[in-house]
Ligand binder design. Structure first.
Ligand code: 5GP
Ligand code: MN
Length: 335
């Protein structure tokens, strides 16, 4: 990161029209890192717009200036206008333009500097500066390091710190994974900037609706299948489940992690029937990499212990295909 700082500092030395973008179905880290950087760059005097392909979940509604984010699905013209005016692009929490769908196609022909800050494995070569750290807990942690490397730590305020904290606490599952001594030092800094960690965890994690909690019960009681031989758990949701529970974006967030609460489950799959695709959310414990399965079999990617992908083959076929690949990985899973 220090290596890039001297090259990036001149880019930020004069006011720029900046577009910050992050991935489809943005999560706490996508929105936290984007808004953290947004507030920081505005503080430096830049004109900044955050654009994401699809809507963010309700549990982030409290975030400072979250309503200023342009959602491409709802505001395609505003997105296009902001991209046409931009002379500097940030790609946060994704590593391949495919992850931002049509926004990627709009940005591709534009001039302007591109800076990627991301912690997913194997970044694509689609930016002038690729700041990639798969060992980082989150892109938000990396945004804090980016600000520090530029020598602007003094510009961090409570709002920026809250955004960065949100990305870290969501991507680490409340400090359960991808942690490091460095991360805890960063979080200590954030608390010193005024973050109320108890309040933020309450806002982020204790905000389920009755419907969401009942849906969780339904998934665990009626839709969970355990394949003991492969130490694997699967939850599959049908189109009918989506209609019966009126499932909306964010309602299924985190359900996959419950499978890992089982002592003997090392691999978890949450497979859902969406209008045009079947989406897979994969998680693992320990050394087994779900990134590899997502990439090889389901056109996806992600991290070692959390990855995702999709299929066009229908729910039943996709679940069958997932089960069929397990023998190939059995020894790695149960090691
Ligand atoms: P989730 O299961 O929470 O949707 O995603 C877990 C991780 O896998 C995230 O880091 C996300 O970026 C990545 N991921 C999820 N779906 C896809 C996908 O379709 N393609 C790629 N490349 N990564 C994905
Ligand atoms: Mn992330």
């Amino acid at each position: 990161m220090d290596f890039f700082a001297n090259d990036i500092k001149p880019v930020l030395a004069t006011p720029k029209n900046v577009v910050i973008t992050s991935h489809r179905n943005p999560d706490g880290d996508a929105i936290g890192s984007s808004l953290g950087l947004y507030h920081f760059l505005r503080g430096l005097g830049h004109f900044v717009t955050v654009i994401v392909p699809s809507e963010y979940p309700d549990f982030l509604d409290w975030m400072p200036d979250v309503t200023k984010i342009i959602v491409f699905d709802n505001q395609p013209e505003e997105s296009q206008a902001a991209i046409e005016q931009a002379d500097l692009f940030f790609f946060l929490d994704f590593n391949d333009l495919e992850r931002i769908d049509k926004l990627g196609e709009m940005i591709a022909p534009r001039k302007g500097t591109r800076i990627m800050i991301d912690h997913h494995l194997y970044p694509e070569n689609c930016a002038d500066f690729i700041i990639s750290d798969p060992d980082a807990s989150s892109t938000s942690e990396m945004v804090y390091d980016f600000i520090s490397a530029l020598g602007f730590r003094s510009k961090v305020d409570k709002i920026i710190a809250e955004c960065i904290y949100t990305g870290i606490v969501t991507d680490t599952g409340s400090f359960k994974y991808a942690t490091s001594s460095k991360l805890f030092r960063t979080v200590a800094d954030l608390l010193e900037f005024g973050v109320d960690d108890y309040l933020l965890q309450d806002l982020i994690f204790n905000c389920m609706s009755v419907k969401q909690l009942r849906l969780l019960g339904h998934c665990l009681h009626n839709r969970m299948e355990i394949l003991e031989e492969y130490q694997t758990g699967i939850i599959a949701l049908t189109k009918e489940d989506y209609a019966n529970f009126e499932i909306q974006r964010g309602d299924t967030e985190g359900i996959v992690n419950y499978l890992l609460k089982l002592k003997n489950v090392k691999l978890a799959a949450f497979i859902t029937e969406q209008p045009t695709i079947v989406k897979l959310s994969l998680r693992s414990k320990g050394d087994f990499s779900v990134q590899e399965i997502a990439k090889k079999h389901f056109k996806g990617g992600g991290h070692k212990n959390a990855a995702g992908g999709y299929s066009f083959q229908g729910l039943k076929t996709t679940v069958r295909k997932f089960k069929e690949i397990l023998p190939e990985y059995r020894l790695q899973i149960i090691q």
